[in-house]
Design a protein around this ligand. Sequence first.
Ligand code: SPV
Ligand code: MG
Length: 431
Amino acid sequence: MKKAVYLGMRGDIIHPGIINIIREGAKLGELTVGLLTDSAIASHKRLPYLTYQQRKDVIENIKGVTQVIPQEEWSYVHNLRKLKPDYIIHGDDWKSGPLQRERDEVFAAMKELGGEVIEIPYTSGVNSSSINEAIRSIGTTPDIRLKTLRRLLDAKRIVRIMEAHSGLSGLIIENLEIEKEDGLHSFDGMWSSSLTDSTSKGKPDIEAVDLTTRLQDLTNILECTTKPIIFDGDTGGHHFAFTVKTLERNGISAVIIEDKTGQKRNSLFGTEVNQELAAIPDFCDKIKAGKQAQVTKEFMIIARLESLIAGFPVPHALERARAYVEAGADGVMIHSKEKSGEDIKEFCSLFRAEYPHVPIVLVPTTYNQFVEKELAEWGANIIIYANHMLRSAYPAMFNTAKMILENERSLEADKVCMPIKQILELIPGGK
Ligand code: SPV
Ligand code: MG
């Protein structure tokens, strides 16, 4: 009887190194490929370019592959215990670098199961990570970027979004990664905030900046990043259908519109400003018009509930949420200024009970004592850090300007500034 061989892989980019491992694996026996699912990958890395089904279609048709099964976890061990293969095969490049822990686990599991680990010498010059890097430097397409948010929602328990108001702030969100116990942490996408966009232009957040101007700045972010973008659509304006089409064309994944009416004010403004809420049927009509206008099936229109901001209780928000979801909203954002977070928590649990699968978006600016895991337990799917890049940039710039003014020279300010050499090297190709 033929021996059973297991090979776990992402299968996003097929290169000669992988073909070599498949060839060697097939020589040993019947080769089962454990193809990592989107959620297995997203727990540790960026989403692959191709969906699971697309990757499966490719791998199944490679000579030497007997079958493809899902590997639902980052670790190989679960599938090894299930299949009890005679061999697991892997490139020997995992001896050093981030996969060492997985390697140790695999050796322990195979020893227990009585199988063997076969390590194939790494094919020099090609590996998926370096090809991935190269592809990333080329960029993305509006189509791929737009669809990524839905894929992330399917793959991840929580989608982590950070505000970007310029190409530079976008680049930080694009590239920042930190290693933690449970894998690599990074931001999943960007929030194009009306507050920080207008503030960075020296204007108030009153929906005074028109769509064309908003998009001009967004273009800078689009040009140097690949991650998905959620657009703050304020009240949706008078031409929401047109806005939806324009955002889609640019590869934006979602727009959030709020159920306010009249001249819009920022929601975190003092209570002295009385913001009127839109009538439910009017706002539903707006959602419907947007849904009818959209061209792709993946674009998302998220309804933002301002009930709690306007001083109404949770049932008021819930009644509106029901109407908006019935009108076609792809998700709801519930906003509040309440520090305790109790109102948000209550809303989440009541809404979740009625709609198990409709995404909930939270913007925990005031109730920021809760960590992402806690908000996920309440039922949140998307967390937006809505203004922190601009709020931290402004005091830094202010202090530098003040230091120069006080000292009548820039020597003292130098220690709070990035060295010239570093800023010249900051942007790839900028030298
Ligand atoms: C924004 O970022 O512009 C928002 C979120 O609308 S908030 O400022 O919290 O209202
Ligand atoms: Mg806003």
